[in-house]
Design a protein around this ligand. Structure first.
Ligand SMILES: [Zn+2]
Length: 333
């Protein structure tokens, strides 16, 4: 398969085209926006408003590498007092769960844990698995991108905290699909095939119920495919990695020694959610590259990763993704 000579996007990626040198249009159109600001300016931003709350900011924590480093940095480097929020869909990796609690204990910060109510997430996964055999709409991660935004927004509003520290830089956030189109396709398909229709109904219904029970504002609860935007005030999302550079080696060691951070053997990143392989398999099937690989392409373009490393990591992940996915489904069906 042909891949871009600069990043690692394959020829099967939507909307891609190559020039004579084999460089893709995403690389050609790329404009560096990386704001290499130092820690002082992040501190300045965080102290720029009158803050009525005892907390300086909300830090969403998954127990993975990126968010754990943010928490460590906010507390140790900047000397701030964050409120930590952690969402558990029921499929958080046990090591990640342990990381969340031990980090908060060692750093002496408050933690609010929010769990997906009942067995809803499992129901969504089952329904989505059946739907996924006919269309690419219903991936099991479903509500998670929206939930991961709403949970810290709700915590910030409750405690009147002005800022949420977000874990990915603006650039590596994937805002991929046009969900309204997917929704129409789902309705059309449901009318043709009753079993499909039943699961389609169940899938949408459970997505709405899950949103409702997790305290989504009604305008997002009743639009089950919507993702709330990053708000700019009350609370304002701060993209941490737009301010602070990520240094993988140094940070991983630091996390281990400072807050007892652990990872599963042979898996240092993206282990925090056990549903992660679902996204990778879907992307691989639909676009010819995993979700992680898409992020690697962004890193290469931004100069944070070299192309050979990106290609090698992508091949490893692609090779394992299907096995992980199958093992996972066997477990829940
Ligand atoms: Zn490219």
């Amino acid at each position: 398969m042909k891949t871009c000579s600069k990043c690692i996007l394959p020829e099967t990626y939507p909307g891609i085209s190559f020039d004579d040198k084999g460089v893709c249009n995403y690389c050609r159109d790329y404009k560096p926006e990386y704001k290499n600001v130092n820690s002082e300016s992040l501190l300045e931003v965080l102290q720029s408003v009158d803050n009525p709350s005892p907390y300086d900011c909300v830090v969403p924590l998954s127990g993975g590498k990126d968010s754990s480093f943010i928490l460590l940095y906010i507390v140790k480097e900047l000397g701030l007092n964050p409120l930590v929020v952690s969402y558990n869909s029921g499929f958080q990796h046990p090591i990640a769960e342990e990381n969340v609690r031990s980090a908060c204990e060692i750093l002496g910060v408050d933690l609010e844990e929010i769990k997906s109510p009942g067995k809803i997430q499992k129901g969504i996964l089952k329904a989505s698995y059946i739907l996924s055999q006919k269309m690419r709409i219903a991936w099991g991660c479903a509500n998670c991108p929206a939930i991961l935004r709403i949970v810290p927004i709700n915590a910030a509003r409750k405690h009147k905290i002005p800022f949420i520290i977000w874990g990915s830089s603006t650039l590596e956030t994937i805002e991929g699909n046009d969900y309204s189109k997917d929704f129409k396709a789902l309705l059309k398909m449901s009318l043709k095939d009753p079993r499909f229709g039943f699961n389609g109904f169940k899938y949408i219904f459970l997505r709405i119920v899950q949103r409702f029970l997790l305290g989504f504002p009604l305008r997002y609860a009743f639009r089950p495919f919507s993702i709330p935007p990053f708000s700019n005030e009350n609370p304002k999302f701060i993209h941490f990695y737009d301010h602070v550079k990520w240094d993988s080696m140094r940070n991983t060691q630091l996390l281990g020694s400072e807050i007892g951070w652990k990872h599963p053997v042979g898996k240092e990143s993206r282990f925090d959610c056990r549903l992660h392989s679902i996204g990778n398999v879907r992307y691989l099937r639909d676009y010819g590259i995993t979700m992680d690989g898409l992020n690697f392409s962004n890193f290469v373009r931004e100069g944070k990763m070299n192309r050979d490393d990106a290609l090698k990591s992508e091949q490893d992940i692609a090779k394992k993704a299907q096995d992980e996915y199958d093992a996972f489904l066997k477990n829940i069906m």
